[in-house]
Design a protein around this ligand. Structure first.
Ligand SMILES: *Cc1c(COP(=O)(O)O)cnc(C)c1O
Length: 436
């Protein structure tokens, strides 16, 4: 049996690590070092010419970080991966690697606030433009917006904060008809609930800060790729560009596609962006993320089951106008969720409170157990009012397009007893609504 034939729960604790290569250490060691000895000059030459796989300097690669990269790749059925210092670094470097020099990215407003801000504020200054279609479900409209300079379609598998489930298969087919890759931000679902590559996605990005690591104690990002996208289709000359550093034994320069045909996207990012922008993940963060991943399924299944209990309770409260959670049997997204999220839609969902600003604030302030902060996928339950916080930089029109109403509340359900969470919410209803 080769390693990647093991099932998900085996891969999450075992893959990408052989203790014999690490002094028989059972737990992945933290290689807390900036640099690595090159040994002798012959070895240095092999390392610098990529003839021998080894470590040189932790900005470019580190053994602890490498186990994390390969473990996430194994969980996603990916051919390769690269870790970065945050989810935003993963998204930004992905966009740069695809659309450098005047390219365009196609997306929709249904995005994490930081992504949406970066798309509109940072990239135009760098000459990269992001076109936002209004509706992720209108495939024909999306296809009409793909122009000669469009370099990718970017979506979230389960969108932040409203849990819109992307029709990954249809989106991948549409993107591929026009020769562009589908990039999926899978932070909310994690590979435990959805593996986008199985439905045709080409690149998957994560904020590993969230449910992937799951304890709210680190900032990390990771990118994995399918290894199947045809980068030589004419739209991506950067993958065909010859590099002297990648020369073969005859001294002939090679392209990243020739050098790393199984993982050209992450290899290019690792060799062309990671060294110069420098957003390397530290070994300690990679170690914490690996420990978190060991319990990924156990956490995510329990949190998903608790989220459903809490959502069902909220459905019975008259102060709640609408619940956006595709795991609920009457969700308009039910059918799509059954296809892409058969084990549940995760720990995060949102609802609209039937109240004014003052009542929404009183509701949040009365909670004792839910922590009020801008994170998700933590072991502790969290609450946030996105319009004033996570999506607070969006204009009123942008908020409307993103479906972020002023009294929208987002919950991220943790590992507490769900009955305590329900009682906490009921206490807040009683404090904020005189009739509750
Ligand atoms: C948090 C988040 C990000 C950004 O990740 P950081 O690790 O905070 O940089 C990107 N996408 C989604 C969906 C997120 O929830």
């Amino acid at each position: 049996m080769t390693e990647n034939e093991y099932r998900f729960d085996t891969l999450k604790v075992r893959s990408a690590y052989n203790s014999k290569e690490h002094n028989y250490a059972v737990s992945v060691p933290i290689y807390q070092t900036a640099s690595f000895d090159l040994g002798d000059t012959a070895r240095a030459e092999r390392l610098f010419r990529f003839r021998e796989m080894g470590w040189r300097y932790s900005r470019l690669g580190n053994p602890t970080v490498n186990v994390f990269e390969r473990r996430v790749a194994a969980l996603d059925g990916a051919s390769g991966g690269v870790a970065l210092a945050s989810g935003m670094a993963a998204i930004t470097c992905t966009v740069l690697n695809l659309a450098e020099v005047g390219g365009r990215i196609l997306s929709t407003p249904w995005l994490y606030g930081g992504t949406s801000d970066g798309f509109q504020k940072l990239f135009p200054r760098l000459g990269i433009h992001v076109d936002l279609a209004e509706d992720l479900n209108d495939i024909e409209d999306l296809e009409r917006r793909i122009g000669p300079d469009t370099k990718a379609l970017f979506v979230e598998s389960v969108s932040n904060p409203n849990g819109v489930v992307a029709d990954i298969e249809a989106l991948a087919e549409a993107a591929h008809r026009h020769g562009i890759p589908l990039v999926v931000d899978n932070s909310f679902a994690t590979p435990c609930l959805c593996r986008p590559i199985e439905y045709g996605a080409d690149i998957v990005v994560y904020s590993a800060t969230k449910a992937l690591s799951g304890h709210g104690n680190l900032i990390a990002g990771v990118i994995v790729e399918s290894g199947k996208f045809p980068w030589d289709n004419g739209r991506f000359p950067q993958f065909l560009e010859k590099h002297y550093t990648l020369r073969n034994s005859k001294g002939e320069p090679r392209s990243v596609l020739e050098f790393a045909p199984d993982m050209p996207f992450t290899f290019r990012l690792r060799t062309q962006y990671l060294p110069y922008i420098g957003p390397a993940l530290g070994p300690f963060e990679a170690y914490l993320a690996l420990i978190g991943i060991e319990t990924l399924s156990e956490r995510v299944y329990k949190q998903t089951a608790s989220a459903l209990k809490v959502a069902e309770h909220l459905r019975g409260r008259e102060q709640v106008e609408q619940i956006r959670y595709s795991s609920l049997p009457d969700s308009p997204q039910r059918e799509r969720a059954e296809k892409y999220l058969p084990k549940g839609a995760g720990a995060i969902f949102s609802f609209i409170l039937k109240g004014d600003d003052e009542q929404t604030e009183a509701f949040i302030d009365a909670l004792r157990l839910f922590s009020y902060h801008a994170n998700v996928g933590d072991a502790r339950s969290l609450i946030v009012n996105p319009s004033k916080t996570t999506h607070g930089d969006l204009s009123p029109e942008e908020l409307e397009k993103a479906g972020v109403e002023p009294n929208l509340i987002r919950l991220s359900i943790g590992l507490e007893d769900p009955l305590d969470l329900i009682e906490d919410l009921d206490r807040a209803f009683a404090a904020a609504f005189s009739d509750a």
